[in-house]
Design a protein around this ligand. Structure first.
Ligand code: NAP
Length: 286
């Protein structure tokens, strides 16, 4: 029988533990604070920022959103990031991506102070992962996926893992982290030929493509032994949230599968909060 890898329990459990850590910080008069810079009116970004704000509030952490106009000058944008980086009251900060076209040649993630890089997208984190070390802040979505595997006792060591998607925020860091854990990882992308020849051989398939119900049942071997982690968050033709995997038609032919919504997404947000609290705790140690 297929296991549906819902994450509500993990999230509730983590929220409870984080609330205790925040309370301890408050006893030392420290309130974790996150600041986000959002440029323009991207509707998906507004939703993501809203979820982060709500979770911060739930944990009684401070949250500040700085909204800059779509046509903000480079100078003003860079000044704002600089002042956020240097504000000692802020423990975690980032620029919500994507930024408008005129700022896209800036390596935005590298601008963030590594001490506050709770998204885990910066160079210091990537270099650590590349070298096989554990960085102080793990990138949030890969961290969520690893937590999901760990919680469900799904071993990566020695497994054949196929990741579809090689973005800097999901596929690439996740591929290195899983290699570091002893998995044999194949990374597929838009130029991969005969994608199903890879997925059919895999023990674990992780999809981060961004295409609704793209992975149909033909991509799975029907031996009821594959684990499917769906990172994609998309809307189907009715405007309903869905993943990259055709969940309804795949769920009965694999051993375990994440739902969308209710799978990797909430773990990404909770990983961000874990990084924020960790950063605030480090700040108490000077
Ligand atoms: P992205 O930067 O657009 O990357 C998409 C990747 O998919 C690229 O590597 C692309 O290949 C590959 N791809 C596109 N079409 C393909 C095809 N037909 N066959 C195989 N590979 C294909 O996307 P992203 O930022 O990583 O996000 C991916 C999805 O995950 C989105 O739905 C996003 O909303 C979701 N997401 C969810 C979370 C979460 O918390 N659950 C977090 C982040 C992102 P090329 O590199 O060759 O172009």
């Amino acid at each position: 029988m297929t296991t549906i890898l819902s994450t509500q329990n993990i999230v509730d459990n983590k929220l409870e533990k984080l609330a205790k850590r925040v309370q301890k910080l408050k006893e030392r008069t420290i309130r974790p604070k996150m600041k986000v810079v959002l440029v323009g009116e991207n509707s998906a970004s507004l939703v993501y920022v809203g979820i982060k704000e709500k979770t911060c509030k739930k944990l009684q952490c401070d949250f500040e959103l700085l909204r800059l106009p779509h046509d903000v000058t480079r100078k003003e944008f860079l000044n704002e990031v600089d002042s956020m980086n240097n504000d000692p009251s802020i423990h975690g900060c980032f620029v919500q991506l994507p930024v408008p076209e005129h700022l896209q040649d800036i390596d935005v993630t590298s601008l963030i102070n590594p001490e506050k890089d709770v998204d885990g997208f910066g160079g210091a984190t990537i270099v650590d992962i590349y070298k096989g070390k554990t960085p102080f802040f793990l990138p949030c979505t890969p961290m969520g996926v690893l937590e999901l595997l760990n919680h469900n006792q799904i071993e990566a060591l020695g497994k054949r893992v196929v990741i579809i998607g090689k973005s800097l925020i999901v596929g690439r860091p996740l591929s290195l982290l899983l290699q570091n854990m002893g998995a044999t990882v194949t990374v597929c992308h838009s130029k991969t030929q005969n994608l199903e020849s890879h997925t059919l051989q895999a023990d674990i398939i992780i999809s981060a493509v961004g295409s609704p119900k793209f992975l149909t049942k033909d991509y799975f071997n029907k031996d009821l032994n594959q684990v499917v982690i769906d990172v994609g968050i998309n809307r189907d033709h009715n405007g309903k949230l869905c993943g990259d995997v055709d969940f309804e038609n795949v769920k009965n032919i694999v051993s375990a599968i994440t739902p969308v919504p209710g799978g990797v997404g909430p773990l990404t947000v909770i990983s961000l909060m874990e990084n924020l609290v960790k950063s605030a705790e480090r700040a108490t140690k000077g």
